[in-house]
Design a protein around this ligand. Structure first.
Ligand code: 5GP
Length: 201
């Protein structure tokens, strides 16, 4: 059985990444890794579903034990990908999506260079601010912090393999699946098939 593909999916908060993922995850070939974080749950967020919510002490102890593939600090909180959320699923042939920010993504690039790196960008910063305000989950000062963080993150977009603009949700989701299909058709992914055709000639 073929192993699953590790997919790093980054976007500044407010880019509509969550809505895009909800659509993508309707396909059972994909799974989103559940990250660990020290940030407090937002209204409606459930431990073990949206995140593994950890106390900072516990988070750092797990870092020491080598339980993380990567971890990073973002707007004052720790976030990290647990290895247990990734490798067992890749082994089963499931494509695992890491919904992580850019520092973590760049660490993954060093340790798992075969991963696929996708960056979701908003049509503009003004639209991003509008979406964050509409979501209403953060205070104005936190929104402004996230907007300036976003501008910094967008400058890192050229380090990714593909850029998807999330203007209309449907187009962004179909662009995601177009990327996946293109990757499946790459020569490197087709070597076994080429050999099979030659050997059965
Ligand atoms: P939020 O607080 O909005 O849920 O997430 C803030 C940022 O942390 C987002 O950019 C999100 O992609 C990122 N993030 C979530 N989980 C992880 C993780 O496991 N590792 C890293 N490096 N970033 C993460």
């Amino acid at each position: 059985m073929n192993k699953g593909r590790l997919i790093v999916f980054s976007a500044p908060s407010g880019c509509g990444k969550g809505t895009m993922l909800a659509e993508i995850l309707k396909d059972p070939a994909f799974r989103c890794s559940i990250s660990a974080t020290t940030r407090a749950p937002r209204l409606g967020e459930v431990d073990g579903v949206n995140y593994h919510f950890l106390e900072k002490e516990d988070f750092l102890a797990r870092v020491e034990k080598g339980e993380f593939l990567e971890h990073a600090e973002y707007v004052g909180n720790c976030y990290g990908t647990l290895l247990s959320e990734v490798d067992p699923y890749l082994e089963k042939g499931v494509n695992v999506i890491l919904e992580i920010e850019v520092q973590g993504a760049m660490k993954v690039k060093e340790i798992r260079p075969d991963a696929l790196f996708i960056f979701v960008i908003p049509p503009s910063i003004a639209e991003l601010r509008r979406r964050l305000n509409k979501r209403g989950t953060e205070q104005t000062d936190v929104i402004e912090k996230r907007v300036s963080q976003a501008a910094g993150e967008i400058s890192k977009a050229p380090n990714y393999d593909y850029i998807i603009v999330n203007d209309a949700l449907e187009d962004a989701v179909s662009d995601f699946f177009a990327v996946i299909r293109a990757e499946q058709l790459r020569t490197e992914s087709r070597r076994e098939f080429i050999d099979e055709v030659i050997n059965n000639a």
